[in-house]
Design a protein around this ligand. Sequence first.
Ligand code: ATP
Ligand code: MG
Length: 560
Amino acid sequence: MAEKTVVQASNFVRNIIAKDVRKGNNDGQVVTRFPPEPNGYLHIGHATSICLNFGMAQEFEGQCNLRFDDTNPEKESDEYIQSIKADVEWLGFEWGADAFYASNYFEQLHGFAVELINKGLAYVCDLSPEQAREYRGNLTQVGKDSPYRNRSIEDNLDLFARMRAGEFADGERVLRAKIDNESPNMNMRDPIIYRIRHIEHHQTGNTWCIYPMYDFTHGLSDALEEVTHSICTLEFEDHRPLYDWFIDNVTLPSGRRRPRQYEFARLELNYTITSKRKLKQLVDSHTVTAWDDPRMPTISGMRRRGYTPEALRNFCAATPVARSKGITDFGRLESSVRDDLDSTATRAMCVLHPLKVTISNWDADTTQTLTVAKHPKDDTMGERELTMSKQVFIDQADFAEHPEGKWKRLAPQQSVRLRGGYIITCEEVVKDSAGQVIELVCSFDKQTLGKKPEGYKVNGVVHWVSASHHEVVNVRLYDRLFSHANPDGDKEVDFMTYVNSDNLRLIEGAMAEPSLAHAADGERFQFEREGYFCVDKDSTKDRLVFNRTVTLRDSWAKKG
Ligand code: ATP
Ligand code: MG
């Protein structure tokens, strides 16, 4: 094995693969796959699976296939396929020349089904879905054999051919594997392997009106692709004997290796839902605007929110791949985003809730250009220009008329520094008839540009913009999508009841420094003292829209 940089924290899957490679199993080759069903957009849980599967292939110089397990045409679409490809690519992984589709194997899978019939290992069953459910039993009760179980091979071949030819309606008949109706493992109780669906398929069009079941397709597709390590999540552990049964009972093209399946615990994040079906419910009910709504834990939502691929990869790499279930703190994901953005995001100032400040001793006709660094620790990012003028805006939150405790901002007769500029001292507070503070009159100390003040104390540094030189922008501040740490945890309560009704605050008319005027879609910034922000695709020529990606500190931990 060649020495490569370790991308993933040590885990049991890697240990197994490393051992196989060392022993020369599978000719020392490693083939993994990421096999989504194209029935929704990918979410943060999928990101861990992508990083693990592609990461292992990279580390062991093998191959990772992107394969669409597309056996459910009514729930699938090309939109989902395209979004999945875009997400995997954005995360930084390549799947070779072409993506794979289980539907490419429909002809071969059909052949396997016929082979099973010929071996007396599959039969056409006419039970209605309700009857079939009854016959199947449950966890405490063994199943019963279907009355159609002993049909002759000839009858089965004939009926299956007629199923394929479209002679029967949806649900009228199914093809089942003949295994063991008394098995304690429900998956082994004569599972359905083919069903009738008169529906167009996004890849195969109208070629088929019978479709293989996911369980029949998944393991055999791995085998056809000569996947060596089928890595999946724990809920598939009980399906493994079935996948093995199929692989054992059909004739794979000669020399085909046998895949081995290894299960790990799914990623569960608190305050988050990781189920495509439930995320679709949020979209369909217009609880969010789309799959890529920045509040969504989808990869596309997180991308739009401003998360970086590096941040997600680092998060996934640091997430233990384990057999034991656990809940990961959302704060860990955010801290990974902060870590990455801290070193890569350009600094800028944006005043979210403007309060006018008039500088009493500044000449009204004069402006001054101030040059400040785009990044405090990285000169290579260059500089940006601010304009100092007679009137500026600071944030309302940075002034208190009657400050309490250790007030680190502006107050009457107190001084603060305007970031990158002068020190100002508050001389007068102007109020409207309702007693609201609407303006401050301050003096500036012209000796203090880049220098310490002499003989007086400064409370702190505040961000600001010039009243005459700024860009008006809209800003979206997000809170958790769910108000409950485990929105999906209670079977009695619909997860939708835990949607946080206050998960988005829109600020129209925030004031950003002029350097932001030409910010591009997706560009990321740290708005000093306010957090990391990213330009949203809803921006127009006249008005930029920024999403707050994440706050500067973990403010949720305090609230929670
Ligand atoms: P969902 O329940 O969201 O629909 P799924 O498992 O049905 O998820 P698939 O499209 O079948 O979605 O998943 C593709 C791969 O991603 C599978 O190998 C699956 O095990 C893995 N995966 C899905 N969710 C998670 C998760 N939360 N953590 C880790 N891996 C996951
Ligand atoms: Mg699935």
